[in-house]
Ligand binder design. Structure first.
Ligand code: ADA
Length: 554
C-alpha cells in the first residue's frame, strides 16, 4: 500500500456541465491531500469543479482507496474515467488496470455544487457546509490475487474473555487455508478456513476490558498464507435493556456533544493534531460521549476515541430527508451502501457504542419507516453487537421507533418551537425541566419502556462576545446548557445527552441567512477556532461538582 497523501497540482475550473478533460485545466497551484480546496484563500467558498492531479509509478491491476471525499467526484487515470464517488464521507475502493509499469497521471475532479436531486446524498439544504475536497487519505496498491477483505472482531463474553472473529477472503483465494491469530504479539492460535470465510470464538489471552476509565486496546494479527492483516479492538459489551444502556454490565450516563469533523481552515480534512485536541477538550471537561453528526467518521476520529476512552455514536449521512428522497430508488440504494460500508469500516472500534443513520428524516412516513427498517437490518447483519438508533425530531408523530433499540430525540426547548413549551423566547430552568419530564411521561408507554432514551440534540446559539440574558447571548446559552446537564444527571430515565453542539460550524447560508449569522451555526460551546464561550467553563464547573457523574449514574 502506497500513500498518495501530500501536495497535488490543483486547478479550479468553476461551473461546468461536463468534466473538461485535463488538457483544458490550468493547474495554477499545489494543494494538500487530504484537503478542501474551498478553504484555501484563493478559492475560498467558491462553487464549481476543482481538479487535483498527481503522478504515480505503478502497473497492472491496482486498487485505489479513498477514505472519504465529497461531495462527489470523478476519477481519471491517464485521461480515462475509472470511477465516480457519489457517497460523501465514505470509504471507497476502485479497481482497474493501470497499464504498463511506468508513470501515470491520476486526476480527481471534485464538484462541490449543490445537487438537489432526490437521488443525492448531500443536497444543498443540509445545515452543514458542502466543502469540496479529498477529505481523508488516499492510497494505492497492486491488487493481490486474493486478500483478507474483511476482519471483524466482536467481543462475546467479557467474563471469560472470548471474542468472535470473522475472516473473509476475496479474489482467487484457496478453497482451504490455514489461518493463524496472534493476540498482542503472543504465540499464534491456528485454525482452518474453508470457502474463504469463517468465524472463530477465541479466548483473548490476558484480556482486559475496555472502558472510558481504562481504554485498553488489544492487538490482533491474522495471517492466511502470505497475507497478513492487523487490527486493534477492545473487550466491551453494549446492551440496551430495562430502559438503560449498559456497557460491560454497568448502566452508563452519556454526557457530551454533537461534533462536526470540521474546521474553518481545513473544512472536513481536520489535521490529526487538531482532532486529538478536540477530543481531549471534551474528555477534560468531564464528558464521555460524542455523536458524530451527520456522516461516517474518519479513522483518525475513531482511533483517538478508542485510545482516549470516549463513547461514540456514528451515523450515515442524512438531514431532514423528506418523501421525494425517501422514495427515490437511487437515494435508498446509496443510503444502504453507505450504511453497510460504515458498519464494516468501524466494526472493530470499541468506542462506537451506538450506530445510526438519517438524522431527522420524516420518520412519520411509511417510506421513512421502511428505510429505517432496511438500514437497521444492514447494521444488525454486518455487526449486531451495537444498539441501533436515529435522531428523531418528531417523537409524537413518529411511526418508526419500533425499528430501533434506543430512542433519541432532537429537542430545542428554549430555542426553537417545541410542542410542549408555549414560550420559546425565554428560558427558565423550571420550565425546561417540566418540558423534559413530559417526554418521560410519553416514554412510559409499554412499547417504549425497555428502550433507553437519549437527548440527541438540544441547545441554544450564542454569538461569541455577546452578553446579556436574552437569546443569542453567551449567558443565555450557558444557563440553558447547565440546566440540561442538571436534568440529565438527575433523571434516571434519561440515558444521556449530546448537546448541540461542540463548536460553531460553517453552514450553508443561502437558505437560512437569518438563522446563521456569520455564516455559522453558532450553537457551539466553543467558537469555530475552539475558543470557549461562557457555557464551556460553566459546564466544566458543573460536572466537577456534581455528585452523579457519568461514571456513577443514578
Ligand atoms: C437540527 C439538525 C442539526 C442542526 C440543528 C440546528 O436539529 O439535526 O444538524 O441543523 O437542527 O442548529 O438547527
Amino acid at each position: 500500500m502506497v500513500s498518495l497523501d501530500g501536495f497535488w497540482d490543483f486547478g479550479f475550473v468553476g461551473e461546468l456541465d461536463e468534466y473538461p478533460g485535463a488538457e483544458r485545466v490550468k493547474f495554477t497551484t499545489r494543494l494538500p491531500v487530504p484537503g478542501c480546496f474551498d478553504v484555501e484563500p484563493q478559492f475560498k467558498l467558491r462553487r464549481g469543479v476543482g481538479v487535483y492531479r498527481t503522478r504515480v509509478v505503478i502497473g497492472g491491476p491496482v486498487t485505489l482507496i479513498f477514505e472519504g471525499l465529497g461531495p462527489k467526484a470523478e476519477i481519471l487515470w491517464d485521461g480515462k474515467t475509472v470511477g465516480r464517488c457519489d457517497l460523501p464521507f465514505s470509504r471507497e475502493e476502485f479497481r482497474f488496470d493501470a497499464g504498463g509499469e511506468k508513470e501515470h497521471t491520476l486526476l480527481i475532479a471534485v464538484d462541490n455544487r449543490a445537487d438537489d436531486s432526490p437521488d443525492s446524498l448531500f443536497p444543498g439544504f443540509y445545515d452543514f457546509y458542502r466543502h469540496g475536497g479529498i477529505y481523508r487519505p488516499v492510497s494505492i496498491c497492486r491488487t493481490p490475487d486474493w486478500e483478507i477483505a474483511h476482519l471483524k472482531v466482536i467481543p462475546r463474553d467479557i467474563v471469560k474473555g472470548i471474542a468472535g472473529i470473522t475472516v473473509e477472503l476475496a479474489g482467487n483465494f484457496p478453497a482451504e487455508a490455514a489461518v493463524s491469530f496472534s493476540f498482542d504479539g503472543k504465540a499464534p492460535v491456528r485454525e482452518r478456513l474453508s470457502g474463504g470465510r469463517g468465524t472463530f470464538a477465541l479466548a483473548v489471552p490476558d484480556f482486559r476490558l475496555w472502558s472510558p476509565e481504562d481504554p485498553h486496546l488489544h492487538r490482533l494479527t491474522v495471517t492466511v498464507g502470505e497475507y497478513v492483516r492487523k487490527t486493534t479492538f477492545g473487550m466491551r459489551i453494549v446492551e440496551a435493556k430495562q430502559g438503560r444502556l449498559f456497557v460491560n454490565g454497568k448502566p452508563v450516563k452519556l454526557l457530551g456533544y454533537n461534533r462536526h469533523d470540521c474546521h474553518p481552515d481545513f473544512g472536513y480534512a481536520v489535521p490529526e493534531a487538531l482532532v486529538k485536541r478536540d477530543l481531549e477538550l471534551i474528555k477534560a471537561q468531564g464528558c464521555n460521549f460524542i455523536r458524530g453528526c451527520h456522516y461516517p467518521q474518519s479513522e483518525t476520529v475513531l482511533d483517538w476515541c478508542d485510545r482516549l476512552g470516549i463513547f461514540f455514536w456514528e451515523e450515515s449521512i442524512g438531514w431532514g430527508n423528506t418523501e421525494p428522497y425517501l422514495t427515490s430508488g437511487l437515494f435508498r440504494a446509496r443510503q444502504r451502501e453507505q450504511t453497510r460500508r460504515m458498519a464494516r469500516k468501524s466494526v472493530n472500534h470499541p468506542c462506537v457504542i451506538l450506530q445510526g443513520f438519517m438524522n431527522e428524516l420524516r420518520s412519520n412516513l411509511e417510506s421513512g419507516r421502511t428505510l429505517i427498517r432496511e438500514l437497521a437490518a444492514i447494521l444488525k447483519e454486518e455487526d449486531g453487537s451495537r444498539p441501533v438508533t436515529f435522531a428523531c425530531d418528531m417523537p409524537f408523530e413518529d411511526i418508526s421507533m419500533p425499528e430501533v433499540d434506543v430512542l433519541s430525540f432532537n429537542l430545542y426547548p428554549g430555542w426553537y418551537w417545541n410542542p410542549l413549551m408555549s414560550d420559546v423566547q425565554q428560558f427558565d430552568p423550571e420550565g425546561l425541566k417540566k418540558t423534559l419530564r413530559k417526554y418521560e411521561v410519553f416514554l412510559e408507554r409499554p412499547e417504549f419502556k425497555e428502550k433507553p432514551f437519549i437527548i440527541s440534540e438540544i441547545g441554544a446559539a450564542a454569538l461569541p462576545g455577546w452578553h446579556g440574558d436574552v437569546r443569542w447571548t453567551e449567558e443565555y446559552q450557558a444557563d440553558l446548557t447547565c440546566a440540561v446537564f442538571r436534568y440529565v444527571l438527575d433523571a434516571p430515565r434519561c440515558t444521556g445527552v449530546a448537546i448541540w453542539m461542540f463548536c460553531d460550524t460553517r453552514s450553508v447560508n443561502d437558505y437560512r441567512i437569518h438563522d446563521r449569522p456569520r455564516g455559522f451555526n453558532n450553537k457551539g460551546l466553543l467558537d469555530e477556532y475552539r475558543r470557549p464561550k461562557t457555557a464551556w467553563n460553566a459546564v466544566a464547573g458543573l460536572l466537577k461538582q456534581y455528585p452523579q457523574s457519568c461514571d456513577n449514574p443514578n
